[in-house]
Design a binder for this molecule. Sequence first.
Ligand SMILES: C[S@@+](CC[C@H](N)C(=O)[O-])C[C@H]1O[C@@H](n2cnc3c(N)ncnc32)[C@H](O)[C@@H]1O
Length: 338
Amino acid sequence: MLFLLKGGHETLPRAEAEAILEAEGFKYEARPGAPQVFRCLAPIEAAYRVAGRAYYLRACAEELFTAPDDPSLILSSLSDLKLDLQAGERFWVRIRRVRGGGRDVDINSLRREMLTLIESRTGAVPDLSRPRVVYLGVFSGGSFYFGRVLAWGRGGLEERRAKNRPFFHPSTLQPKLAGCMVNLTRVRAGEPLLDPFCGAGAILMEASILGCIPIGLDVSPKMVRGSRLNLGYFCPPPYHLSMGDARRLPFRGVGAIATDPPYGRAASTIGIELRRLYEDFLHSAYDILRPGGYLCMAGPDTLGVTYMGLEAGFIHVESHLMRVHGSLTREIAVFRRP
Ligand SMILES: C[S@@+](CC[C@H](N)C(=O)[O-])C[C@H]1O[C@@H](n2cnc3c(N)ncnc32)[C@H](O)[C@@H]1O
């Protein structure tokens, strides 16, 4: 399997794809990849599941060959390939360059030669507007990866961007990161997902779109009303929202928590010292998560969220750093309850 990931972050896109493979119960074996290219051995079905959930994915393909980024070697690999195309079938070849990969290659003439070669070998018809089969070639990290596209990444995030929601708050997350955080909890469709600092509801909205049952809590009645407005606008019921304190969570046996507590800037901590708020929340989260349950949380990197989570008893699964602006870098940490 060949996954072409979105840029914009070094580690999150691959971590999201692997979290989905785990969540959906696929056994897979990772293979050496390249920037924005994740390769693994996995059943074909996995491509559709990842594509249906991932926020940092451009396309999933069944890999057909890899070659050095040299057009003559690429064309010779293509001529050796057994192509599963019928005469008259419409197809196209898309070629992407990742971070200057294949910079010496003339992509248009390579595409022309690939189209001609495939056409002459199979009798299939190159057609950009209505192809039934699309082949994807990716230049990245000195290699060329070629496969038959099985599924494209999801679109439709624009309508839920912060500026397009009925309720706006400057502390809110954009759908891409919110949805990725939901995926990092390894939650599955039909299961509840808790966000105990729900704010304007960005994480809960994506949880609902992914088929989970969103459960939100916020200490501020204004934010609970805002979340209700946003969820009511974009998401079908059921969803559960209430006022409450994330330091004393009124739940038990929860399988997945994704949350973005205040950083002591745009969002209020209701006067509680930041470190104390995070520590108390982590202990409460530990108490209510069932063994094997996941917590994905954000926090300013200066706070040491990883160590706080370990202190609370969690297993640290992974952390990703994300620069927000000059003086703020976010840590996205994923923990599992032993
Ligand atoms: C960074 S915002 C969450 C933003 C949210 N993820 C979104 O994308 O809209 C943090 C939220 O935590 C809430 N909050 C602060 N202290 C809290 C506490 N002790 N318990 C629950 N919520 C709290 C704030 O009211 C604020 O809405």
